[in-house]
Ligand binder design. Structure first.
Ligand code: TRP
Ligand code: SF4
Length: 342
């Protein structure tokens, strides 16, 4: 059905990845994840989840925006080039089997494994405007393991920050298999080297810093924000030589510009041969052609929200078929299949 010529659908490795719908997707997500997913959909059997239950683990007190972010995320993914004919795009909560598997796995996961996950204590300390002592937040990696294992995914494209969760997922799979028999393959993380994409203030691009260039922002706004972006702070006037190695604009060049431009900036910045406005204009010449088609597709899709909902419904049907099959094996392995005769 979805197998293009030359590669049997059966032979394709299963991939699963996901994002939490807690805000708009930005160019860091494009370079760090989406571009990789778009390549993978050509060669792998891909499932991409909008993890709304994961969003709840920290946003439980104010859930009002999650719903909009879910649809926005679907728009961003489709606009960026995920093709529902080639991959399965779905919303986590549309496949309630994830919750069942999460519950069953929670029986075999020692609490100490969860308390040891580095992000757990870190996030509790860093995020001061929310109470993250809830049970669901501790169980976050168990739910993530359920997302992955329920599709028996072999590969999980994620950033470095997710490696601890992936390792825990593998440990959970091993523990399940040794207690009840082999059901789950141990998934591998798929990390690709991605360029650093700093925000407009030079810090890590993040919606909470207000420094993000979002895929859905109007091009004019992105243009202005790039032109006002932080540069090498020592380069005060056009005559001062600069140091691209400490300039966030140069990082964006490395992510979006061609080799010739990158080399030119590297040389000319250091000898004040170009000014920062020139430099940012070159960057925009490479960034805009990436963003414009995404924006065009995005605004077309935004006018057909029912079509997007239909894509998500179809994705949920495909995902559920797969999840249902795995849950049958899980219940049988755990001898919890009391609905069946025998
Ligand atoms: N924890 C991931 C993140 O914050 C999101 C996520 C949820 C995920 N479920 C997943 C990623 C399953 C990979 C596989 O980015
Ligand atoms: Fe940064 Fe470019 Fe200005 Fe150099 S010329 S400081 S790389 S913006």
């Amino acid at each position: 059905m979805r197998a293009p010529e030359g590669s049997s659908h059966e032979a394709r490795k299963r991939v699963l990845s996901g994002f939490r719908p807690t805000g708009p997707m930005h160019i860091g997500h494009l370079v760090g994840a989406l571009e990789n997913w778009i390549r993978l959909q050509e060669t792998h059997d891909c499932f991409f989840a909008i993890c709304d239950w994961h969003a709840l683990t920290s946003e439980y007190a104010d859930t009002s925006s999650i719903k909009d972010y879910v649809l926005d995320m679907a728009l961003d993914w489709l606009a960026a080039g995920l093709d529902p004919e080639k991959c399965t795009i779905f919303v986590q909560s549309h496949v309630p089997e994830h919750a069942e598997l999460h519950l069953l796995l929670s029986m075999i996961v020692p609490v100490t494994w969860l308390e040891r996950v580095p992000t757990y204590k870190e996030q509790q300390q860093q995020i001061s405007n929310r109470d993250l002592t809830n049970y669901g937040f501790l169980g976050y990696p168990v739910l993530q393991a359920a997302d992955i294992l329920i599709y028996r995914a072999e590969l999980v494209p994620v950033g470095e920050d997710q490696l601890a969760h992936l390792e825990l997922c593998r440990e959970i799979a091993r523990r399940f298999n040794s207690l009840y028999g082999p059901v789950f393959p141990e998934p591998q993380a798929l990390t690709t080297r991605v360029p650093r994409v700093p925000g407009t203030d030079g810090r890590k691009m993040s919606k909470s810093y207000g420094n993000a260039l979002n895929l859905g922002d109007p091009i004019e706004e992105t243009r202005e924000r790039v032109l006002r972006m932080v540069t090498d702070p020592a380069r005060k006037t056009r005559q001062d030589p600069g140091n691209p190695d400490i300039c966030p604009v140069y990082d964006l060049h490395k992510a979006f510009s061609d080799r010739t431009t990158i080399d030119l900036v590297n040389v000319e910045c250091r000898r004040a041969g170009i000014g920062c406005i020139d430099c940012k204009t070159y960057l925009l010449k490479h960034l805009e052609p990436v963003l414009r088609p995404i924006q065009e597709r995005r605004s077309r899709l935004a006018r057909e929200r029912d079509r997007v909902r239909e894509i998500l419904a179809e994705g949920a049907r495909r995902a559920r078929a797969e999840a249902t099959r795995t849950m049958e094996s899980v219940r049988a392995a755990m001898k919890m299949d009391t609905r069946l005769p025998g």
